[in-house]
Design a protein around this ligand. Structure first.
Ligand code: FE2
Length: 415
């Protein structure tokens, strides 16, 4: 995963009419690469690990493996592969997530209640659908495949989003376990980059933001449009654990004047004293990671903070959070250290439609548009984001109290 301020490569199926090689083969290669990555991430997880749902926002690994498979059945095979027979008649109900247009579905908060199908049966489901999709690519004409390539890319990117959630969700589950199990004992938190001046100054100017060409993007990244940005200074570096500890030692979590009202209510109700997954052991702060419980590295970027905490920290520091437009312009200038690959960065921009945005027709129109209220935008990518999934215009979004994702911040200033 790149940590420089540049987009990573898209799958080799963008612009299929101009890309070299056989389209069916490129689709098959990209499909199997992504499908295999999902299974690779599940390898260290026992059937018991794959079953757990430690909170309603998190899903079992088994569910992620099955739901991403349902997505291919529902949107590609079911609609475009003549004569396709679903693997099991109940799976559409069990593994549809939130697509009202695709029919009724099991309640999100009860995904962990489903012990059957077993993890092994979900593996068989995945193999069945993989074989059907590969057969479909091989037996479908070039014109039809070209027309369906954008749908395939959505399916690939959808599955990659769930690959990230497999990490965040199992980490949350393991963090509830008093013996702090490791997903991978050899895993290490990525090292931060420290180069250049601390602050990047952006003069006032009108900039294009949003996705401008036809390479893969989600619909929420368009239309590209002009926006007034600056004057503003943006921190080149991510906020570190050492800086966060200073905020904590200064009583940051207890000073109501630093907090939004909803934020202080959330912090009080949940008794937040430190970022998510932090534990105080014998007077020392430790953090639950994919390698188990580890001492806090003061130089590492702070992780597992909510928007409310990021906002309070910025106020304590006498600074601000950047808008998503400011982040994008700075990233496009190549000026942000660790824009990608460590923590998603909270912005103070509400997750709203860009001017002129319209969701696509049909069930896939439910992918992004219906979530455009009450959430905040995060930019960049995280240590859990799969290779090839990030780009400068990417808009991630979560509710302001969420902190089980790999989320951090960088500051902005207007003086
Ligand atoms: Fe999904």
């Amino acid at each position: 995963m790149t940590k420089q301020a540049s987009a990573t490569a898209a799958f080799p199926i963008s612009s299929p009419s101009s890309a070299p090689g056989n389209l069916a083969q490129r689709l098959e290669d990209a499909f199997l690469t992504v499908r295999n990555e999902t299974e690779r991430r599940a390898v260290p997880l026992s059937p018991e690990d794959q079953q757990i749902q430690s909170m309603p926002d998190a899903s079992p690994a088994k569910w992620h493996r099955a739901h991403t498979t349902w997505f291919w059945e529902q949107f590609l095979l079911g609609e475009h592969a003549p004569g396709y027979r679903p693997f099991h008649p109940d799976f559409a109900f069990l593994f549809n997530s939130y697509y009202v247009s695709a029919g009724p579905r099991h309640a999100r908060g009860h995904r962990g209640d489903i012990t059957r199908p077993s993890a092994g049966e979900v593996g068989a489901y995945r193999k069945y659908v993989d074989a059907a999709v590969v057969k479909f690519f091989r037996e479908t004409g070039e014109d039809k495949l070209r027309a369906l390539a954008p749908l395939v890319e959505v399916g690939l990117n959808h599955e990659q989003q769930h690959q990230e959630l497999m990490f965040t969700d199992i980490l949350h589950a393991f963090a509830q376990n008093p013996v702090s199990p490791a997903y991978d004992p050899d895993w290490r938190f990525p090292a931060a980059t420290r180069t250049g001046e601390d602050w990047l100054s952006l003069n006032e100017g009108i900039h294009t933001v949003g996705h401008v060409d036809d390479s893969f993007h989600f619909d929420n990244e368009k239309p590209a449009h002009r926006a007034l940005v600056g004057p503003v200074k943006i921190a080149r570096n991510l906020v570190t654990n050492a800086e966060w500890l200073a905020f904590m030692r200064d009583g940051g979590y207890a000073k109501a004047t630093l907090w939004l009202m909803d934020g202080f209510a959330a912090a009080s109700k949940e008794d937040w004293q430190a970022p998510g997954h932090w534990r105080e052991v014998d007077g020392q702060w430790q953090v639950m990671t994919l390698a188990g419980l580890k001492p806090i590295d003061p130089d590492a970027p702070v992780c597992h903070i909510s928007y409310y905490e990021a906002d309070a920290f910025a106020r304590w520091a006498g600074k601000h959070l950047p808008t998503e437009m400011e982040w994008e312009v700075a990233a496009r200038a190549g000026a942000l250290n660790d824009a990608f690959g460590i923590v998603w960065q909270w912005t103070r921009s509400s997750y709203s439609p860009y001017p002129g945005y319209r969701a696509v027709e049909g069930a896939l129109g439910e992918y992004n548009g219906k979530f455009m209220v009450n959430q905040l935008v995060l930019r960049g990518s995280s240590l859990a984001t799969p290779e090839g999934h990030s780009r400068i215009t990417y808009r991630n979004f979560f509710y302001p109290h969420h902190r089980w994702q790999f989320t951090g911040l960088r500051l902005a200033d207007y003086e």
